[in-house]
Design a binder for this molecule. Structure first.
Ligand SMILES: Nc1ncnc2c1ncn2[C@@H]1O[C@H](COP(=O)(O)OP(=O)(O)O)[C@@H](O)[C@H]1O
Ligand SMILES: N[C@@H](CCOP(=O)(O)O)C(=O)O
Length: 333
């Protein structure tokens, strides 16, 4: 038996914060998860279940049913689109983005789920006629009340699920993004293309640190002088990444006082390596909530990184990704 309809989505890794741009700046990186999602024919015996195949990161560890982040996200998206829940969902995940390392794996999974659900919504699929498998109730306006789900809706829902927009924005749009939320909590972004000389290098440890745990280490208030220093550095960083990718400017622009030091006790090796590389003149930050670190290498610093890092970390130079998440098959959008 075959799936009645299938889509494949591709979503990039992202590095958020970039030092001073806490919860605001993000950069998309050319390292991708690919997710094939199939909805099952009604006559297929698998049509009342969820089936998940994971290759790569998270294989054998992730929930293999309704609790899987992509399935949960798809269910919520079908609800928000005013559509009935599909019956059997098959996921085939090729996961390359490391989990809980500060490279935006959860944002990528959330964006994948929303984009897949939106792409599937255009086609007829076998819907649940009994109780909703996600535990919800079939409500008024589900079938027959389908509403257009715009790119802004995708961004808003992904941000609502993730809790902050700085990974979601570059994942969806690619490039360097400045993201913020307005007074009604709606997210917005501006996308910029970094200068061609910007060469990110992810330096990835074996151990994990969940974003939730790292966020728990942040104080409720910070000194005004620290906030002011970060505002200046974040502004400078946008200029340095797009127009003036000079090492000295990047080094000054990547200083942070709002989150990295507070989180250092949860990732002492990362904090130490950031300091050592910065001491050698390599602009280096904690990637997202860590424990990966991100260096901006230049011709004069590229040879300094490997000897300083040693063998306990995986050094991965990554191109900046400029297109963002997409449905690769069928090319519906
Ligand atoms: N491709 C994926 N499929 C299912 N769940 C995922 C996927 N990627 C991430 N997750 C979930 O998100 C968690 C990591 O999220 P988080 O702590 O925010 O770290 P980060 O987003 O920095 O990698 C994983 O432990 C896993 O539960
Ligand atoms: N601004 C967030 C970014 C978290 O990124 P992740 O890739 O670690 O999920 C934060 O610093 O908490």
């Amino acid at each position: 038996m075959t799936d009645s309809i299938k889509v494949t989505v591709r979503v990039p890794a992202t590095s958020a914060n970039l030092g001073p741009g806490f919860d605001t700046l993000g950069l998309a990186l050319a390292l991708y998860d690919e997710v094939e999602v199939g909805l099952v024919d009604p006559g297929d015996p698998r049509s009342r279940s969820v089936g998940i195949e994971v290759t790569g990161e998270g294989a054998g560890e992730l929930d293999d049913g309704e609790g899987h982040l992509i399935v949960k996200t798809m269910r919520l998206t079908f609800d928000r689109m005013g559509l009935p829940q599909p019956r059997g969902i098959r996921l085939r995940c090729l996961n390359r983005i490391p989990h809980a390392r500060g490279l935006g794996s959860s944002s990528a999974a959330i964006c994948a789920g929303i984009l897949a659900a939106r792409a599937l919504a255009g086609a007829p699929y076998p819907a649940v006629d009994g109780p909703d498998p996600a535990g919800g109730q079939a409500g008024p306006g589900r079938p027959g009340a389908r509403r257009e789900f715009t790119d802004d809706d995708v961004f808003a829902l992904a941000t609502e699920i993730e809790g902050h927009p700085d990974n979601v924005a570059p994942c969806l749009a690619g490039g360097l993004t400045i993201a913020w939320t307005d007074q009604s909590n709606a997210p917005h972004m501006v996308k910029l293309i970094p200068h061609a000389d910007i060469r990110p290098v992810a330096i990835i440890p074996r151990h994990r640190l969940s974003t939730e745990v790292a966020r728990g280490l942040l104080p409720k208030d910070v000194p005004h002088s620290d906030a002011s220093a970060n505002a200046g550095r974040a502004a400078l960083l946008v200029a340095a990444l797009t127009e003036r990718p000079e090492r000295e400017l990047l080094l000054a622009a990547t200083e942070d006082r709002l989150h990295q030091n507070y989180r250092a006790p949860a990732m002492p090796q990362s904090a130490d390596l950031v300091q050592r590389l910065r001491g050698l003149g390599v602009p280096t930050v904690v990637s997202g909530a860590g424990p990966t670190i991100l260096a901006f290498s230049t011709v004069d610093t590229q040879d300094l990184i490997a000897p300083e890092v040693g063998t306990d970390w995986h050094i991965q130079p990554l191109d900046v990704e400029t297109r963002g998440a997409c449905v690769v098959s069928p090319e519906t959008r």
